[in-house]
Design a protein around this ligand. Sequence first.
Ligand code: HXC
Length: 510
Amino acid sequence: MSETNQKLEDMRLKAVQGGGHRRIESQHKKGKLTARERIDILVDEGSFEEWDMFVEHRAVDFGMNNKKILGDGVVTGVGKVNGRTVFIFSQDFTVFGGSLSESHAKKILKVMEKAVQVGAPIIGLNDSGGARIQEGVASLGGYADVFYQNVLASGVVPQISMIMGPCAGGAVYSPAMTDFIFMVKDTSYMYVTGPDVVKTVTHENVTHEELGGAITHSSKSGVADCVFDNDIDSLIQLRKLLSFLPLNNKSSPPSFDSIDPNDRIETSLDTLIPDNSNKPYDMKELILKVIDEEDFFEIGQNYAKNIIIGFARVGGESVGIIANQPMVLAGCLDIESSVKAARFVRFCDCFNIPLVTFVDVPGFMPGTEQEYGGIIKHGAKLLFAYAEATVPKITIITRKAYGGAYDVMSSKHIKGDLNYAWPSAEIAVMGAKGAVEIIFREDLDNPEKIQKRTKEYEDNFANPYKAASLGFIDDIIFPKDTRKYIFNGLKLLKTKNISGVWKKHSNIPL
Ligand code: HXC
């Protein structure tokens, strides 16, 4: 090998050692992979091309001029996932704890900018102690530059954040502005400030896990969309998520051949709805029975379980599923479920993914907790998101569609394209009992009269025929045929094209 080539070889070898053998070992001991090992699992074999391997920080204070490590704590570049281009940055905790310096930020910005120009997703594998403390405000500036680029990229290319270690301070805000946040169980944390500062300021004693662990964020705060068991599982799941998404906002998601017949009749759905309309059933059963090969990529599985969201395919085409879950809080819409679903609807609309909505909703959750928390504004987010969405919207009402929640859940009135109801649907202002107790208050002490009135109300409204007679429902279908109707609808709506009035942007009730 020539001297010049040997020098390159040596430099590369040095760069891949990151923070050195001891720190790599320590990373492995914690059950974590290194930045480069993670990329190797994420991308198709041999497809990763690394950029800026020789970048170093420029800090001089606190003896930093003598502490330079090639790459400066982040591995960046471009690779392929299932043959499709993705831009990646993967923070290297073995180098200054993956903390973000000005140079580190510039490396991230370079791949983000190129991703937007080329039109390919940005994947961030985050493992960082936040702002590089030795660099002070230069590091804060670096973060702000990344945040700004997150905003520019939002709605242009999918941005996905995988949290794979401690992420503190600025390290959590860039992920917070991306489309999805995934976390790894036991080894990842996200918080604005760690337990020590919390103790000083609020006198709370809290562990890293309680404050910002994967379970906390996936079940309490809703910050994390999915949680996986370890680095390898997370990266494999990330590859899977990408298979449902287009590369950018001007392209369509990839379609796949499915062995599942498009007109598959699912007779068991005809008996899914219990006779007693107050009895729950599992909406997931319906989802799994109508999608291709029962393959459902659920988002937010442990948070706001009264609504189910996630990606699936019907006839090989990606769809975003939104479904009330009667098993949890009777499928009511509350603050958390409204926000969870609204954000998902907006993501799908940004990226040309049709929406399939299954409705069984008794209304918005009543009570002071909800009102004080702002259910009016948060519920409006979902209404706004559905109304704004221009992707194909197919809605199936399985049972209850009561009150405002009927309007919200992709109804005809907010431009649902195809709205179907099962024969078991009840489309009304509210349940018969509640309605009668209000409009026939004077008969409350006469159970016989009340029973008669309730029956009258049920006959009139606790069915889909009134709504169908008004044209609010396009058809009443047998449950067993649901998959066929969704497949045909998606095919029909593939060329849907509507344009709105010009505006700078809307003002969704944040
Ligand atoms: C420089 C850092 C660093 C940082 C960690 N290191 N965080 N170096 N700047 N922010 C270095 C450590 O000095 C150490 O170097 C190595 O990374 C590993 O750190 P450890 O503490 O040994 O690891 P661990 O015990 O696993 O703890 C990880 C940690 C902890 C929880 C992330 O290091 C920590 O609390 N760091 C500080 C977090 C923080 O407060 N960041 C600033 C947030 S303010 P050696 O040489 O020993 O390997 C912020 C503002 C931005 O980000 C706001 C923008 C909106």
